[in-house]
Design a protein around this ligand. Structure first.
Ligand code: ACO
Length: 370
């Protein structure tokens, strides 16, 4: 039987993008605490910081935002392909297909190394793709992007056709910034591996989206919602969670490879959500479930240091602003596009192909046995 390490503890690259400090529960983007950026900066400003290494001046930010607005319109070829995809397809498969389509035809977008022009265009377009297919699946006509709204507000606008409430934009922006970048997680690593072969941007992003889709990574928030719906009320929480753990099931939204203490993103979101939803019984239930689950995990999984992770409160944010659960992972993807692409630029700037080794533990032919 092979011992499974999941590359734990292996350093795969040096990065200037983020520090994920799992012992002390800190997350830093290029010298700034992510939780401060989440409260005080826009999505576009933080993306600029990750891509270019410093916060933009007002003049640069204005020019930068104009590039995002220009990138929001769905190309006709992609629109025709989206129309062909079944409405019941899951949104992550739609995004993977859409990025693949964007990677065909236009040489400037498939060239090595990836250009920042292409990276902005892909990132700006992702919410339009989600909103287009979401509305189509509900029999609704598409809403054209709003040129006066920022990236996050425009996403909500394209989903509903209404100018979103400022409190909803604030909380979703905070979540998007906190989820934007996170070191060498599975989806980022997958993208860097593909790009390290000098493959194109779209191929690398398709790999990242494929990794993000799994329930152990970006697929967790809708499972959190499902768990909380099943629990239903505070008095049922302990029994439900005990049953899950006693039968060997994992609690979604808990545990992390790096954080062996509270995930700072979950803490920041809990605080922001407390302001928005302090009176909401569902949010009170979520806080109660977190506390009960952490206590029980210490009993059922002693020494594993299992705490709440970002996905638990991501579910709370997205539920509070009434995003449908089947858009949770795609929304996370719309934000993580920035981190992925920042890593792809970094990979291209100092590229060497990834090529780890494996240890053969199978049979040897008789001729090779000693
Ligand atoms: N519930 C119950 N037990 C858990 C959980 C959990 N959520 N997470 C880990 N454990 C247990 C494992 O069963 C294992 O127990 P064992 O030693 O008795 O076998 C031990 O803790 C270590 O688990 P690993 O799977 O080795 O931890 P790993 O670092 O590989 O996994 C992961 C990290 C995938 C996040 C895991 O904690 C998990 O499955 N969590 C639930 C899914 C989830 O919330 N994912 C979102 C993560 S955040 C993100 O991707 C953005």
């Amino acid at each position: 039987m092979a011992s499974v390490t999941g590359l734990e503890g292996v350093i795969a690259a040096e990065t200037e993008l983020s520090l994920v400090d799992g012992q002390n529960g800190n997350l830093v983007y290029r010298g700034y605490e992510a939780k401060e950026l989440a409260l005080h900066k826009s999505f576009e400003e933080t993306a600029y910081l990750l891509w270019y290494g410093s916060l933009p001046s007002q003049e640069t930010l204005n020019e930068f935002k104009a590039q995002w607005v220009a990138g929001r319109t769905l190309p006709a070829t992609l629109e025709s392909v989206l129309d062909l995809l079944p409405n019941e397809s899951d949104m992550m498969s739609i995004l993977r297909t859409a990025i693949s389509v964007l990677g065909t035809g236009d040489n400037t977008q498939s060239a090595w190394p990836p250009s920042d022009k292409a990276i902005i265009a892909y990132t700006a377009l992702l919410p339009t793709i989600i909103a287009y297919k979401y509305r189509q699946s509900r029999g609704l006509s598409p809403i054209a992007p709003h040129t006066d709204l920022d990236h996050v507000a425009n996403y909500l606008y394209m989903l509903t056709g209404e100018i979103p409430q400022p409190s909803h934009v604030k909380v979703l922006t905070a979540y998007f910034i906190l989820a934007m970048e996170h070191g060498m997680n599975a989806s980022t690593f997958a993208g860097r591996v593909v790009l390290s072969t000098q493959s194109d941007l779209a191929s690398a992003l398709c790999a990242s989206i494929g990794a993000m889709k799994g329930p152990l990574h970006g697929g967790a928030p809708s499972e959190v919602l499902h768990m909380l719906d099943e629990i239903g009320s505070k008095d049922r929480a302990e029994e439900y969670l005990r049953n899950q753990l006693a039968s060997g099931k994992r609690l979604m939204g808990f545990g992390h490879r790096i954080y062996k203490t509270n995930d700072p993103r979950a803490e920041a979101l809990r605080r922001i959500m407390t302001e928005l939803s302090s009176e909401d019984p569902w949010f009170e239930l979520a806080v109660h479930v977190e506390k009960t689950a952490v206590d029980l995990l210490a009993v059922y999984k002693p020494g594993r240091n299992l705490y709440v992770n970002v996905e638990f409160y991501a579910a709370a944010v997205m539920r509070a602003i009434e995003l449908p659960p089947h858009l949770f992972t795609a929304s996370f993807t719309a934000s993580r596009m920035v981190g992925w692409t920042a890593h792809l630029l970094e990979q291209a700037s100092c590229n060497r192909i990834f090529r780890p080794q494996s240890t053969y533990i199978g049979e040897l032919p008789v001729s090779l046995r000693q």
